[in-house]
Design a protein around this ligand. Structure first.
Ligand code: SAM
Ligand code: SF4
Length: 354
């Protein structure tokens, strides 16, 4: 692998090659000078929806229970991440994180770590109406709820379940529980919900939610992604501009994946996460832990490190931390979706943690 200049400050002593010796730096650095401070943790690969762009109607072969990290194992790994590896932000995801038994207790244990990480969650919102207050009381700071349409029939077609009203109620409960900001994630699929961009933004502006469109990525279990058919960021923006005036958001984007625009002069805004057509890998600050204890440096990695085996074999904190650092040191420059030789990772999005 040759060094690629990503235009970011280098960690001294790194040369853009995973074979370069790793400097004695306690943080999650890679050879391109990036530092991962944002940990995505998948709590389960199971889900109660069947979004067509994510998994097939019959679901997937879920991970056997004994392979899934226990709460104690999860909390230990998160403690190592914040105490030793410089992680400052943790996002709980899945599969559907609300399906994890004892989630509220887990949230309380994570937010009791020192230094305390900022804690957020990405969820489909089913069941959130009854749980938002408890999750906020346990310390959950922020939430992203996935919602691809405000039309009940279209919701049923996309998710293969008739649950739109549950998601709408979940969003309102999160806002009423004081989680701020409440964000909405939307994926647009040609022929399914491509006309939903404007109605979704109208809904989010009226309710005070922050809408983020995500370009569809080749991470579905059934390998149905098709570049020619995906709805691009440029298309999303031109659809929105038929009804709204968009002006670039004044503050810097930093490591955030969404490019943001003020809507009709603000204060409402909208974001687009253009992972495919405008990759932001050069500014990536993420590291990922799957529900069965594998650390990955990227959604699109083909390599991962099995921390669960280390933990269950009795490894010391420092050994676990070092294995995590070594994984991140090997992080590639980018996801390579746009390269001719791109191969979709074996694990689907729902088993990695989106
Ligand atoms: N079940 C939860 C949910 O839907 O929010 C959390 C996990 S889901 C995998 C996380 C996010 O990934 C969701 O916003 C979902 O819409 C998005 N997602 C799933 N498959 C995707 C794909 N192929 N391309 C882009 N985003 C995808
Ligand atoms: Fe479940 Fe989320 Fe995948 Fe939809 S996107 S099937 S809610 S994991």
């Amino acid at each position: 692998m040759t060094a690629v200049d990503l235009g970011f400050p280098r960690v001294p002593g790194t040369r853009g090659s995973s074979r370069a010796p790793r400097p004695a730096n306690p943080h999650l650095i890679d050879t391109f000078g990036r530092v991962a401070t944002d940990l995505r943790v998948s709590l389960t690969d199971r889900c109660n929806l069947r979004c067509t762009y994510c998994m097939p109607a019959e679901g997937l072969d879920w991970m056997p229970g004994e392979q899934v990290l226990t709460d104690d194992e999860l909390v230990r790994l998160m403690r190592i991440a914040v105490e030793q590896l410089g992680v400052t932000d943790i996002r709980l995801t899945g599969g559907e994180p609300l399906l994890r038994p004892g989630l509220e207790d887990l949230v309380a244990r994570i937010t009791a770590l020192s230094p305390r990480p900022r804690l957020s969650m990405t969820t489909n919102g089913i069941g959130l109406a009854k749980r938002a207050a408890g999750l906020a009381a346990a310390g959950l700071n922020r939430i992203n709820v996935s919602l691809d349409t405000v039309d009940p029939e279209t919701f049923k077609t996309i998710t293969r379940r008739d649950r739109l009203s549950h998601v709408i109620a979940g969003l309102a409960a999160a806002r009423d529980a004081g989680m701020a900001p409440v964000k909405v994630n939307a994926v647009l699929i040609r022929g399914l919900n491509e006309t939903e961009a404007v109605p979704l933004l109208k809904f989010c502006l009226a309710e005070g939610y922050h809408l983020r469109f995500i370009e569809q990525m080749p991470l579905d279990a059934q390998h149905g992604w098709n570049r020619g058919e995906m709805i691009t960021a440029a298309e999303i923006l031109s659809m929105l501009q038929t009804s709204f005036e968009l002006t670039p958001f004044p503050s810097a984007r930093g490591g955030a994946p969404a490019e943001r625009w003020l809507v009709d002069g603000g204060p409402g805004d909208v974001g687009v996460i253009a992972s495919v057509t405008r990759p932001f890998c050069a500014a990536c600050e993420r590291t990922r832990l799957t529900a069965d204890g594998a650390v990955r440096s990227c959604l699109f990695s083909n390599d991962e490190t099995d921390l669960r085996s280390l933990v269950r074999a009795g490894a010391r904190d420092e050994e676990v931390a070092d294995a995590w650092r070594a994984t991140m040191w090997g992080k590639l420059a980018g996801h390579e979706i746009n390269d001719a030789g791109f191969a979709q990772p074996i694990r689907p999005m729902s088993a990695i943690g989106g």
